[in-house]
Design a binder for this molecule. Structure first.
Ligand SMILES: [Ca+2]
Length: 604
């Protein structure tokens, strides 16, 4: 699947590294990389090994931080309070005592709408600190100061950065949803803060605050979040590779404006076959009902479940499944009225292009396709498919992203989305004018999503996870990211990046999936100890799970079923013996994704 590596372009660096190459260097490189030479067998550059963080204790009282932090530039501290141990519970565990500091930074009054904007934030600073900083990226259109717990946003939380003793920062990214939700998009600066500038402005502030609180700055810094928080993470990986050592991106919408427009494209397709009023979410959902979605999910399982060697309700071999499953052939076509056992030909014609990937009127694809997977019938799907395009993507595309913005998107999101000219809107995501001097595709996405060579060279690491049944940000877009990073690094993505697709999982969590995993610990071990992660064991969240029970686990699954999450492009395969409930019965197969006849030539 992955394209062959390009010829290396940094020949001078290679020559220098080659001249220095000794057995000792080779050993150091092998330790640092964890997986030895790249696929061409080259040891042509040595990645630095970052030193581990060391703990420290808070200096003085929490309350004293109110005055001690008063000198931070462009920042007003609004409170500093002590939070006793056990006041906050995360993943069923008590959080140790810490200080909660709140503030506002970079306040400005908009010349466009006259409103006052600021980047509101909170920091949670453990009294006994592990020496690390965690910048928490939040979801949606931001606009809320989500508690700075360092919850990574994915799965049912098993741990969090705050639980592990990180100093954690969370912000509203420069606007409050109480001021009108997406209406902040009329202010050019608020757009930029949401896109990337809030992160850039808060990073030095937070590090300085940590230095004041503990008498030293963070030894190691991390960035993480899911959905828009995953987008923030990959944007930071590209823009602030000098400021962060580890990145944990869940379901990263790193092409978020395109994904939002693709979701509107989907709504327009559904509207053509809806029997109800398509301008309401329940009306739009009549295009593809819960019963029909479960029918298709069952047909996908019928074709693909066994491809990984285990008929277990999970499709590990997603790519081979896409070659095997055919919506038109494998789902019965209604002879008469729709009764939940079939789809009409018109429904199939409306729905198939959504999975194939949104296109312009002349057939050019502008966002990734979505794989057919077992989670299509899950409870989290209809919000993203039938509600979001009418109430969320409308405001995002129409008010926050488009140049110029559209007032209709605020007053009537459904009308805006269902009548939107997709071709024109796509152009407007790339457009600028005298007032909005930066386009959405510039302020929302990484400057070059695939070029992480600065990050790689200084020893930083990236872990991405993504639900295969995610209906809003496609796992295929994350796979394209990984392949792009591999190309831009000359085939070295494995030295510093991992992508873990999560079969059956929806957007960030949930669905008929084994979706609970600790990604923080392997990331820290990779960054600070050079232990490159292979597979990561994930658990189902059945009865009694402290991170929250997943009500959608199929009846036949053990409550604590485990599976290895395998690094892309490998896929989990059943060994042929052992319990179907245990990760130990599966191996990660490097040949994942190739069809039987595919071993002699590269598909796709
Ligand atoms: Ca299976």
């Amino acid at each position: 699947m992955a394209s062959p590596p390009r010829a290396p372009r940094r020949s001078l660096a290679r020559a220098r590294a080659g001249a220095l190459m000794t057995t000792a260097v080779l050993c150091a490189a092998a330790v640092a990389h964890g997986d030895g030479p790249d696929r061409r067998g080259r040891h042509d550059d040595r990645l630095p090994q970052l030193s581990p963080a060391t703990p420290a204790a808070l200096v003085g009282t929490c309350e004293s931080l109110f005055t001690r932090l008063a000198g931070l530039a462009n920042t007003t501290i609004t409170s500093a309070t002590h939070v006793a141990a056990g006041t906050l519970m995360l993943a069923g565990q008590p959080v140790a005592e810490h200080c909660r500091v709140t503030g506002r930074a970079f306040e400005h009054t908009s010349p466009v709408d006259g409103k006052t904007y600021a980047i509101a934030f909170e920091m949670r600073l453990p009294v006994m600190w592990n020496g690390r900083f965690w910048h928490q990226g939040n979801g949606g259109i931001d606009g809320n100061v989500v508690p700075a717990t360092g919850n990574t946003g994915g799965g049912g939380p098993l741990t969090s950065a705050l639980l592990q003793g990180f100093a954690v920062l969370s912000s509203d990214a420069g606007h409050s949803n109480a001021q009108g939700g997406p209406a902040f998009g009329f202010d050019p600066q608020a757009r930029l803060d949401y896109g990337y500038q809030a992160v850039g402005k808060l990073t030095p502030m937070a590090k300085q605050a940590i230095a004041i609180a503990y008498g030293k700055g963070p030894d190691r810094s991390y960035f993480g979040g899911c959905s828009n928080g995953g987008r923030h993470t990959l944007v930071a990986a590209a823009r602030h590779a000098d400021q962060y050592d580890g990145f944990l991106a869940g379901a990263p919408g790193y092409n978020l404006p395109l994904a939002a427009l693709a979701n509107i494209f989907g709504a327009q397709r559904y509207a053509t076959v809806a029997t109800g009023d398509p301008s309401t979410p329940p009306g739009l959902e009549t295009a593809f009902t819960a019963t029909e979605r479960k029918l298709v999910a069952g047909a996908v399982l019928g074709r693909c479940d066994a491809l990984d060697g285990a008929v277990d309700g999970l499709i590990q071999d997603t790519r081979r499944c896409q070659q095997r499953f055919n919506l038109f052939r494998d789902v019965p076509t209604c002879a008469g009225a729709r009764d939940g056992t079939c789809l009409t030909q018109a429904q199939k014609l409306a729905i198939a292009p959504i999975f194939k990937g949104a296109t312009t009127s002349n057939g050019e694809r502008f966002y990734a396709g979505f794989p057919y997977d077992s989670g299509l019938g899950a409870n989290g799907i209809p919000f993203w498919e039938f509600t979001a395009p009418l109430v969320l993507d409308s405001g995002a595309v129409g008010v926050i992203f488009k140049v110029p913005p559209s007032a209709l998107a605020l007053s009537n999101g459904a009308q805006f989305s269902l009548t939107l000219d997709i071709d024109q809107a796509l152009a407007e995501l790339f457009a600028t004018d005298a007032l909005y001097t930066e386009s959405a595709m510039s302020f929302m996405t990484p400057p070059d999503a695939f070029d992480l060579n600065d990050l790689r060279r200084r020893g930083a690491k990236v872990i991405v996870y993504h639900g295969v049944s995610d209906p809003i940000f496609s796992v295929e877009d994350s796979e394209a990211w990984y392949r792009g990073v591999d190309r831009k690094s000359g085939g070295r993505a494995g030295q510093f990046a991992r992508l873990y697709p999560v079969p059956g999982m929806g957007h960030c969590s949930g669905g008929p999936a084994v979706d609970q995993a600790d990604f923080i610990t392997p990331l820290v071990q990779w960054v600070e100890q050079g232990k490159a992660p292979a597979h990561i064991v994930a658990s189902a969240r059945g009865a009694g799970n402290p991170g929250g029970v997943n009500a959608e686990l199929p009846a036949g699954w053990a409550a604590n079923r485990t599976r290895p999450l395998c690094p892309y492009p490998s896929v989990a395969r059943y060994k042929g013996h052992g319990s179907l409930e245990s990760a130990s019965s599966f191996v990660c197969d490097e040949r994942g994704g190739r069809d039987d006849h595919d071993d002699h030539h590269h598909g796709h």
